[in-house]
Structures are given as C-alpha cells and as structure tokens.
Unconditional design. Structure first.
Length: 181
C-alpha cells in the first residue's frame, strides 16, 4: 500500500506540468489576442453613453431649452445636483476588432437656456462613426446597383395596359365567417 508521501511524489510532476502550462498561457497569445494564432477568446462589447455626431452638435444652438437639447442629443450620461447648469455627455465604446473610443461633450445652461456646447475634440460625422466601429470586411469594389443609361435604353418597352375586368358592383356585400361562435 502506497504511503501518502509516495502519492505526493508520484503526482508532483503532473501538478508542476499543469502549473507551468497555465502560467505559460499568456505567452502563447499573439499580438492580435489569439491563442496560438487560432483561437480568439470572447470579448464583451462595452458601450456607454450617447453617441453625439457632428450633425447633432451642429443642430444644437445657444438659446435652446433643455428639452430641445435633450431631444437632439438624448439624455445626458451625467447630471449633478451641485452643478445643475451642466450636462455631461460621455461616450465610450470598446469593441473587438475596432479601436476603443471615448468622447466627452458638455452642455452649459443658464437657467433653462443653453449657453454653449463644449467638445474636447472633433466629432465624427454619422458615416465616419459607423465606419469606425464596423468590423465587417467589405470587398474592395462594391457592386453598382443602378442601371446605366445604355442599359435602360436596352430594356423592352412596357406593354400597354389592357382593359381590366369589370369591377364588382359597389352595393355588393361579401360574406365573411363570423369572428365569434
């Protein structure tokens, strides 16, 4: 019968091998976060706040009411009872395969009217924003979905409309089954 010390020494190499394998896992990841270059671990996408685009910021004008600003930009991420004349719109996104983004916009009010809108950086247009978070691989040349004038000229001419069947008399009633028994 093996002694407890004998069992410990027979299992020690397996335990050391497992510990070494686990410790070395981080060194097996490549620069694009793939394990052994094949397996990609799941990364949760984190989106916080409201996206404020260049078009939205241009629509907000000094003198607008709080409700008008809220209708254009959405509800602010941060409001503070100690700074009631300040709304902070902070947007962050971390998406696998796309560059992380963070933007901060502050709306300053005097009473119920907007005084100014501060942005720390250039805001993207809506199209630029969608492109920046898209991880889809688009083909280098997109198909054209419109006919050229030459293709339109080659289309057969539409047939003239034939006389349609006479319409049912306006006083006729259709019989439908009852809805309830």
């Amino acid at each position: 019968m093996p002694t407890p010390m004998h069992r410990l020494f027979t299992r020690l190499p397996a335990v050391l091998l497992a510990a070494g394998s686990i410790a070395g896992c981080s060194s097996l990841q490549t620069s694009d976060n793939k394990l052994l270059g094949v397996i990609t671990p799941y990364r949760i996408e984190i989106v916080q706040g409201n996206v404020v685009t260049r078009e939205q910021a241009a629509a907000v004008q000094p003198g607008m009411t709080r409700q008008q600003v809220r209708e254009i930009l959405g509800s602010p991420l941060l409001t503070d009872v100690f700074h009631a004349d300040r709304w902070d719109y902070i947007f962050t996104i971390r998406r696998s395969g796309a560059e992380p983004q963070r933007r901060s916009i502050t709306a300053w009010f005097e009473g119920e009217r907007l005084q100014r809108l501060d942005t720390a950086q250039d805001l993207p247009s809506e199209q630029e924003f969608v492109s920046s978070i898209s991880t889809a691989r688009l083909p280098s040349k997109l198909p054209v979905l419109e006919l050229t004038p030459e293709q339109r000229a080659r289309l057969p001419a539409p047939k003239p409309a034939e006389a349609s069947a006479p319409a049912a008399p306006t006083g006729a009633m259709r019989a439908y089954p009852p809805l309830e028994p």
